[in-house]
Design a protein around this ligand. Structure first.
Ligand SMILES: [Zn+2]
Ligand SMILES: [Zn+2]
Length: 166
C-alpha cells in the first residue's frame, strides 16, 4: 500500500530547501537569500548574498545604502554564477533555485548564463522578469518555500526587545 501522505520531498522542494539553508550564510541582514544551480539533479554551484571577497560584512560594519537598497553585496544568484565560473563549471541549460525572485540585474545574468529554468521561493521586487522570461522561453516557476526553520531563513521572527540597561 502506498501512502498518499508520503513526507518525501519533491526534487523542487528538495533543492529549494537547500537554497534556504544556503541563505543562512548571507552576510547582509537586510535580506537573506540563497541560490542553488542544478542540472540533472546534481548541484553545480551555490551562492548567498555576501560582500566582495576580503571586504567586511554588513552584519559587522553596517550597510552601503543607495536608493533604499543595500548595494554592498553580490546577490545570491550572481554569486552562484560566479562560483561556477571560478571553478570552471558549465551551467548552460541548468535550473537555478533562489529563495527570492531575482532582481532585474541578476535576472539578466541568469538569462545570459544559459540557465533555462528559475524556481523562486517568494516574490521579491521586479515584475519585468515575468514578461521577459515569457519572451525568451525562460521558465519561471514559483516553488513555495518549504519552511525550513533556520536562523536567517525568511520565516517571520519577532524583533527582539531593545535591551534595558540595568
Ligand atoms: Zn547590507
Ligand atoms: Zn539580484
Amino acid at each position: 500500500m502506498t501512502s498518499a501522505e508520503s513526507p518525501r520531498a519533491s526534487w523542487d522542494e528538495y533543492f529549494m530547501s537547500i537554497a534556504q539553508v544556503v541563505a543562512t550564510r548571507s552576510t547582509c541582514p537586510r535580506k537573506f537569500v540563497g541560490a542553488v544551480i542544478v542540472r540533472n539533479r546534481i548541484i553545480l554551484s551555490t551562492g548567498y548574498n555576501g560582500s566582495i571577497r576580503g571586504m567586511p560584512h554588513c552584519s559587522d560594519v553596517g550597510h552601503m545604502m543607495e536608493d533604499g537598497h543595500c548595494v554592498a553585496t553580490i546577490h545570491a544568484e550572481a554569486n552562484a554564477i560566479i562560483q561556477a565560473a571560478r571553478s570552471g563549471v558549465n551551467i548552460d541549460g541548468a535550473t537555478v533555485y533562489v529563495t527570492a525572485s531575482p532582481c532585474w540585474s541578476c535576472f539578466k545574468q541568469i538569462a545570459n548564463a544559459g540557465v533555462r529554468r528559475i524556481c523562486y521561493g517568494e516574490f521579491y521586487r521586479d515584475q519585468r522578469i515575468f514578461d521577459v522570461a515569457a519572451q525568451i522561453q525562460l521558465e519561471l516557476v514559483h516553488i513555495p518555500l518549504p519552511g525550513v526553520s533556520l536562523p536567517g531563513s525568511p520565516a517571520p521572527t519577532p524583533d527582539p526587545e531593545p535591551g534595558q540597561p540595568g
